[in-house]
Design a protein around this ligand. Structure first.
Ligand code: AMP
Length: 402
């Protein structure tokens, strides 16, 4: 029997850093943890390793580097058996521009290219680079692999990825739509093929990744044909704190008529909008559902706009796919919110979707399966596992070198 192997997976968000040691063969996580509220007044780390758990308050203002110091300086050295299993470090990198259509082993050139792409994802690529540098220092003998959110969507055709802007902006500055959540889409589309017992190459899937960030993808024969996020993760669906699609004229109006500075517009669109901005209450779907149930009008309106926009995108993606074999819900909201799924399918009655309410109620907390009634086009809930995709890619690239 092969000895257990582990890949250290690092997933750096703008104010969080998730880490895990993932078995690339089974997806099992012996260690998992998260550093949250990084850069804020009360940053903290929590983790679980087998049956042990730990929580640590970091110094006010501490950010990604402090979490990495703790991980490589204290947590992993205290688990020598786990440390000894490590065969690689896998990094989730949000933006690879047009440079990466696949995961790659990290070297100096790759780092320089990720740096170049940082202008396209200023909140995400820099912490990803911090993670790469810290891991290279701490694990000099281990290969490092970059897995890009954008890579999966490099198959988009020009009519899907170009904005109707002067073409020179694309030619000279690579301003185009890139898409995100690629690892999640790879995982759920492969899982959908397994559940349907059909080859992925024969399937057309509309997948919705609904977490704090949210997007939709039209996946044709296992490749992305269209997706809702664009140059940055701002475009598309209503999200926890991001506005999604917006008339670009609003930005001009904010700047010209209301005197907003660029930094204020950035904060408004990324941090203060979406479910939080509409409801005036929270970006958390659970809290909004509770409040809407208690009559909070803003919470109800936020959830309604979220579902309506989502349903419109799903309907639009019948255009590139023509035939849709499965609609997939994933991400924290997609996997758990019976209300959001029911409301979204209600909007899609015109396309024939009919919910099976009992099945819909069963699909939560990691459950996987169909939520539609007999005779309806198929909608599935599939819990995603981006960490496993990253670990698998890292193990494959390391093995290919040997
Ligand atoms: P993620 O970014 O994938 O972790 O997803 C976070 C989102 O999932 C938040 O809006 C949560 O409120 C939402 N979520 C998690 N569990 C539930 C649940 N049981 N019901 C509704 N929303 C949930």
């Amino acid at each position: 029997m092969q000895a257990a192997r582990g890949v250290l997976v690092l997933n750096a968000g703008s104010s969080s850093l998730k880490f895990a040691v993932v078995d690339p063969d089974t997806g099992a996580q012996r260690l998992s943890g998260i550093g949250e509220s990084l850069g804020d007044s009360d940053p903290r780390v929590s983790w679980r390793c087998d049956d042990e758990t730990g929580h640590l308050a970091l110094d006010p203002g501490a950010a990604h580097a402090a979490v990495l110091d703790y991980l490589v300086g204290e947590l992993l050295p205290a688990q020598p058996a786990l440390r000894a299993q490590l065969i690689a470090v896998g990094h989730r990198i949000v933006h690879g521009g047009e440079h990466f259509a696949q995961s790659v082993l990290i070297d100096g050139d790759v780092i320089a290219t990720i740096e170049d792409c940082a202008a396209l994802a200023p909140l995400h690529n820099p912490p990803g680079l911090l993670g790469i540098r810290a891991a290279r220092r701490a694990f000099a003998q281990l290969d490092q692999v970059a897995v890009f959110d954008t890579a999966f969507h490099q198959s988009l055709p020009p009519h899907a990825y170009l904005y109707a802007l002067p073409y020179r902006l694309y030619r000279e500055h690579r301003i185009r739509r890139y898409g995100m959540h690629g690892s999640s889409y790879r995982f759920v589309s492969e899982r959908a093929a397994a559940l349907l017992q059909r080859p992925l190459s024969a399937l057309n899937i509309i997948a919705t990744h609904l977490g704090n960030g949210a997007s939709v993808a039209a996946i044709k024969s296992g490749t992305s044909a269209d997706t809702s996020m664009g140059l940055t993760p701002l475009e598309g669906l209503v999200m926890g704190t991001r506005c999604g699609d917006l008339d670009a004229g609003v930005l001009i109006h904010l700047a010209e008529s209301l005197g907003y500075a660029v930094a204020e517009i950035r904060a408004l669109l990324n941090r203060d909008s979406g479910l939080l901005g509409i409801s005036g209450l929270s970006n958390d779907c659970r809290e909004l559902e509770r409040a809407a149930g208690n009559g909070h009008r803003g919470a109800r309106l936020a959830l309604e706009i979220f579902c309506y926009r989502l349903a419109k995108y799903i309907a639009a993606y019948t255009v590139p796919l023509q035939r849709v074999d499965a609609l997939v819900f994933t991400g924290g909201i997609g996997e758990n919110s019976t209300w959001v799924r029911a409301q979204t399918l209600e909007w899609l009655r015109g396309l024939g979707y009919r919910l099976d309410s009992a099945r819909n109620r069963q699909m939560r907390a990691g459950a996987e399966g169909a939520i539609t009634a007999a005779g309806s086009p198929l909608a599935l809930v599939i819990p995603t596992n981006e960490e496993w995709v990253i670990a698998r890619d890292a193990a494959r690239l390391v093995a290919a070198q040997e």
